[in-house]
Design a binder for this molecule. Sequence first.
Ligand code: SF4
Length: 296
Amino acid sequence: MHYTGPVYRHPLEANTPILEITYGCSWNKCVFCNMYHGVKFGASPMEHIEEDLQELASVYPSNLRKITVANGDPFALSTKRLLEISDLIREYFPKISVISCQTSIRNIMHKKQEELDQLYEAMYDDLYIGIESGCDDVLKQLNKGYTAKQAYETLEKLQNSKMKYISLLMGGAGGKKYRDAHVRDTAKLLSTYPPKMISIITTGIATGTKLAEMRDNGEFVQLTEREIIEDEIRLIEELDVPGQVYFFGHHQNNVARVSGHLKNKEALVDGFRKKLNELELSKPEILDIALTREYL
Ligand code: SF4
């Protein structure tokens, strides 16, 4: 397989095969992210994609239903190119019904409604979007490359196209300064355009990132573990989304790992409160500090 640099998929996609169609990230400037440092962004040649499909077809059954196209942001490709790739995928796996990928608002926002409609028809779906926050100040602080207004406009187009998305959020991304606004505005964005799933990841500060510099010079003040858990509870309470939306809180960065459908909001909130109480008894020393996390 032609895998270039780090290849990532969400833990819940562990059984989904990965096909590289781009490598690196076309933005590569989010202050917290070092995933593709040193990897120059590029589009995989069609010959490489076809060779990899041949290899996947020798391992996976021809009735494969789902595939993930990688790496950081395949939607940086033109719609024409993405449609050519989906045609090629279906030559090898005719029963494919979902072509999933990681992507960012920054790349989807340049696509017109008709293009997103075409992509949905071509089986692109279950987009893992690094939403991180619904708060403009936080997006700016993280240097995500788009505004909250653009996130609203983009998710509206996505919803019109019927393409589903999974919202990746960064717990504590507002730091002390934007703590309240981060939770409030994120709940508002997700309640307006409900995702299929919300996956929350406590903000890590990797060595060598701009965010590490911002922490060291006092520009970004991290939340404590207690505050992170309290904010997860508040986010769940403020979300107004359909009950089938799944809240995935089991990322390795999270101290309190609680997951479940949002129809059981009270159970989720109870789960977090229980974890907080357990930590008060078993590891009280970690609750009022910010733990070091090297992973995003
Ligand atoms: S978080 Fe996503 S969009 Fe930002 S630099 Fe990393 S891979 Fe690129």
